[in-house]
Design a protein around this ligand. Structure first.
Ligand code: DLL
Length: 449
């Protein structure tokens, strides 16, 4: 860390964040039983699965036997689009949010007033853990919209009693102006936008010491320790990681605090977390596993054992911290092919749908998630034309436009000579390639990217 850690910030909700773990477990178990009762009463797909597993009342379940209960996944939400696994009358829904990007099959999530209040509560704790308080000015540069980033920070900041500056993402000149004029102490945005802002600041000749930023709450996409160092130097703040997913509530499911020793405190009194292996068995603390969340208190779309696809390790509370919540590591990766680029979730199948709809494109194409420069993650696609000779430029321009329209994020397209996309031994194209920091693009494509 480039900046010394100040003393631990006070707990926003000492009963929830600082209670003895055994006491919390009792609360979680009681809430789990209520959740199961809510799901059974809603009579949806989760109730069907519970009954098939022999569960007919919440009183019959326990946390110790949670791993025996059925799971749900994103595919269940898509199947029940647009209202998802709603468990209340529609009139009780006060707003909807959903996963960013992917105009094809967004996951929409209905929230009741109770859910919004839970969200505000966990986000207030997250911001408090970053050192925010009633005198803070919080600059929110996450997008406002269906995406949960902007509104999540907004609800939390207001619940805390701080002053929220809802700038949304982009309009960098205005962001810089507000940083100088209103002197926020907390910045919330994606880590890649934090770097962009920091570089814009440097280009404008402003030194971070001239600002009053103390901490930043950055998430919604993968980022590295290298990016953390870079952001802290560019903006002169402590850069903290925040994690969440719309299906569960949005940001605030887990967040680093100034004293959480590099891991993220899970708001586990509301979102019970498990880590499982590929066979569905629980893994011990410290072993990477897929995170599975149960929304113990939510009412609009309560989920029992939602498989997030995100891989991380779990651990107990940070020794000596007043926060007694379990912690998760930074995300280590994903189980499926979902890519998260500049905060937008992209499924390779959506890119494929655009490419294959164009009969000039051969099935030999390659989607590249390029994270060689982690702060500038890029999505790239190399396509081979169906027949030669071909006119590359119009095809490139049309595909670029169609992909942007469909994905909601820019994607660089290369039209390459037939035979350029690497084949496997059996001649099949490898359709998805992830290139990380320090790794190289395979030989035939190296000159391109
Ligand atoms: O990205 C919620 C969020 C907003 C989190 C603002 C943090 C800050 P979705 O759009 O539904 O929700 O995308 C959820 O994004 O399953 C992860 O794969 C990825 N993701 C979220 N936070 C992080 C993070 C929001 N801190 C999906 N590090 C999740 C790495 C993250 N990946």
């Amino acid at each position: 860390m480039s900046i010394d850690a100040p003393s631990p910030p006070p707990l926003v909700d000492p009963d929830a964040e600082g209670c003895p773990p055994e006491q919390r477990r009792e609360l979680q178990e009681r809430r789990l039983r209520e959740l199961v009762d809510r799901l059974l009463a809603a009579n949806g797909v989760q109730a069907e699965r519970l009954r098939a597993a022999g569960v007919t009342a919440g009183a019959g379940v326990s946390l110790d036997e949670l791993a025996k209960l059925p799971t749900v996944a994103k595919a269940d939400l898509w199947e029940h689009y647009p209202w998802g696994l709603i468990a209340v009358p529609r009139e009780d829904v006060v707003c909807l949010h959903g996963s960013s990007g992917t105009s094809g099959r967004p996951s929409l999530v209905p929230y009741t007033a109770v859910d919004v209040s839970i969200w505000a509560e966990v986000m207030a704790r997250a911001l408090g853990g970053a050192g925010a308080n009633r005198s803070s000015v919080i600059q929110v540069a996450y997008g406002y919209g269906l995406f949960t980033g902007g509104q999540g920070m907004h609800h939390g900041g207001m619940r805390l009693g701080a002053t929220v500056l809802p700038l949304s993402a982009g309009m960098t000149d205005r962001q810089l102006r507000m940083l100088a004029d209103l002197r926020p102490d907390i910045l919330c945005c994606t880590p890649s936008y934090a770097i962009y802002l920091g570089e814009a600041l440097r280009a404008a000749g402003t030194h971070p010491d001239e600002l009053s930023l103390r901490a930043g709450v950055f998430g919604a996409e993968p980022w590295t320790e290298g990016m953390r160092t870079q952001i802290e130097a560019l903006l002169g703040l402590r850069a903290l990681d925040i994690y969440g997913l719309s299906e569960i509530v949005g940001p605030g499911v887990a967040c680093e605090s100034l004293d959480s020793a590099g891991m993220l405190n899970v708001a586990e009194d509301h979102f019970y977390v498990e880590a499982i292996d590929s066979d569905g068995n629980p893994v011990p603390d410290g072993t990477p596993g897929e995170l599975v969340f149960s929304t113990l208190t939510k009412t609009g779309m309560p989920l029992l054992r939602y498989r997030s696809g995100d891989i991380a390790t779990l651990a107990g509370p940070a020794p000596g911290s007043p926060r007694t919540l379990r912690r998760m590591s930074k995300l280590l990766g994903r189980r499926d092919d979902m890519l998260v680029v500049r905060g937008v979730n992209v499924f390779p199948t959506e890119i494929e749908a655009v490419l294959l709809a164009d009969e000039r494109v051969s099935p030999h194409y390659l989607i590249v998630e390029d994270r060689r420069e982690p702060a500038r993650a890029e999505l790239r696609v190399a396509v081979e034309p169906m027949s030669t000779p071909f006119d590359a430029e119009p095809l490139r321009a049309e595909l670029t436009g169609a992909l942007r329209e469909r994905l909601g994020v820019g994607c660089q397209v290369w039209v390459v000579e037939p035979g350029t996309v690497p084949r496997t031994e059996v001649g099949k194209a490898r359709r998805l390639l992830r290139v990380g920091e320090g790794e190289q693009v395979p030989e035939p494509l190296r000159g391109l990217f």
